[in-house]
Design a protein around this ligand. Structure first.
Ligand code: GDP
Length: 175
């Protein structure tokens, strides 16, 4: 049995659904509460990836940052992947993804010098009040080197497992 340990960062503006995403993925439930924690939340999930491979995921959620702030290098150290989340009904949270990605690329590289694989999630797809267009996200995702982007709804449990599978697959392919 081979065991992989992966430190994965969950980044994005406040209120986009980061904690809810982690709760949903790790605990299988939608909390529906607004929790403004300070500092970094840390969650674990074990994936039985294949008969011979187990993946131990460490999810680091930068909690309590309302808008973009440059994060300390300690937070980025040893990370092998990133989930960047914005809220489809909040254009500012989308625009700030440029800053989050720049900060990420500046401070974290893989041992081989490559940028960290990062998936972009357009969350709250269940809401009708969308303000960010699909074409715009597509273009942004390509131009900024994301491995993929997906629409998610943590509330409706849409694309959560899929997004994490896609990211883990990418990380494993780089190892
Ligand atoms: P964080 O600050 O990025 O960690 O965001 P939270 O996880 O605290 O979520 C902020 C708010 O958005 C909470 O009220 C959540 O219940 C809500 N929320 C999170 N994901 C979704 C979603 O997919 N759809 C809807 N409608 N609300 C969501």
């Amino acid at each position: 049995m081979r065991e992989h340990v992966m430190k994965i960062l969950i980044v994005g503006d406040g209120n986009v659904g980061k904690s809810s995403f982690v709760d949903r993925y790790v605990l299988g439930q939608f909390s529906g509460r607004y929790k403004m924690t300070m500092g970094v939340d840390f969650s674990l999930k074990i994936l039985h990836w294949s008969e011979r491979e187990k993946v131990r995921l460490q999810l680091w959620d930068i909690a309590g940052q309302e808008r973009f702030v440059s994060m300390t290098r300690i937070y980025y150290r040893g990370a092998v992947g990133c989930v960047m989340i914005f809220d489809l009904s909040d254009s500012r949270s989308f625009l700030n993804c440029r800053l989050w990605k720049q900060d990420l690329d500046l401070k974290s590289v893989l041992p081989n010098g490559q940028p960290l694989p990062c998936i972009l999630l357009a969350n709250k797809s269940d809401l009708s009040a969308r303000v960010v267009a699909t074409d715009t996200i597509e273009e942004f995702s390509k131009a900024n080197g994301f491995i993929a982007w997906m629409e998610t709804s943590v509330k409706k449990n849409t694309n959560i497992e899929e997004a994490m599978r896609r990211l883990v697959q990418e990380i494993l392919s780089l190892q």
